[in-house]
Design a protein around this ligand. Structure first.
Ligand SMILES: C[S@@+](CC[C@H](N)C(=O)[O-])C[C@H]1O[C@@H](n2cnc3c(N)ncnc32)[C@H](O)[C@@H]1O
Length: 198
């Protein structure tokens, strides 16, 4: 999502609570935002927590893989599931990994109870990791795009095909469904995940 300079509402009462390279985390009275520069590119919002709860249902279990760290909202939520043994999160950008480590729990609205020792964060390209790893996963969550449209669908499909190689036969793989996605793209999005898990 590219918030042009005319639409920077989240800066009005925002303060930077963590920063590394081109990654900045802003806190406002109502949300936490991850912006990756240059420019004001909004990549993650803490309020998406509720969408993750809706979408992930009770799927996370066993050995889990996640592509795209962002603010780590989904990571932390996945780690709260009692049947999750371990979560590996692959993040492309070093500054995002670094800024994640700098966010204080007191700056987050959702204080989740989880064991951080079950979380491994690797800085790598998700596609490369998926083709190289010998690990096999019970649950895979892909969230490394900031919208679903004709530009991002080919990338999402490539990532899903690569990650499907690491999925156990009875495993579950899903991608983050942006609730603002036009109907036309929703069908194509679901098709990607149906095809890559069959
Ligand atoms: C929308 S954010 C993820 C939001 C995250 N689920 C959360 O809870 O905050 C997408 C993240 O994917 C990362 N990313 C983009 N391309 C990637 C790739 N090829 N491999 C791994 N991570 C990638 C971005 O740097 C960004 O941090």
């Amino acid at each position: 999502m590219d918030n042009g300079s005319e639409n920077l509402v989240y800066f009005e009462d925002g303060v930077i609570v963590a920063e590394s390279g081109e990654a900045k985390v802003y806190k406002t009275s109502y949300d936490l935002f991850l912006e990756i520069g240059p420019g004001h590119n909004l990549w993650a919002l803490e309020s998406e927590y509720e969408d993750y709860v809706w979408q992930l249902k009770d799927f996370p279990k066993g050995r889990c893989l996640e592509i795209g760290l962002g603010l780590g909202v989904a990571s932390r939520y996945i780690l709260t599931f009692p049947k999750v043994e371990h979560l590996t999160t692959i993040e492309l950008r070093e500054d995002v990994v670094d800024v994640y480590e700098k966010i204080k729990d007191t700056d987050r609205k959702f204080c989740l109870d989880y064991n951080p020792e079950k979380h491994r964060i690797l800085q790598a390209n998700g596609i490369e990791y998926a083709y190289q790893t010998k690990q096999r996963y019970d649950f895979i969550f892909i969230d490394c795009y900031n919208g679903i449209d004709e530009d991002t669908l080919p990338f999402i499909a490539d990532m899903a095909i690569a990650c499907s190689k690491t999925l156990k036969p009875d495993g579950k793989m899903m991608g983050w469904l942006d609730k603002h996605t036009p109907e036309y793209f929703v069908g194509m999005f679901y098709q990607i995940f149906e095809q890559s898990t069959n």
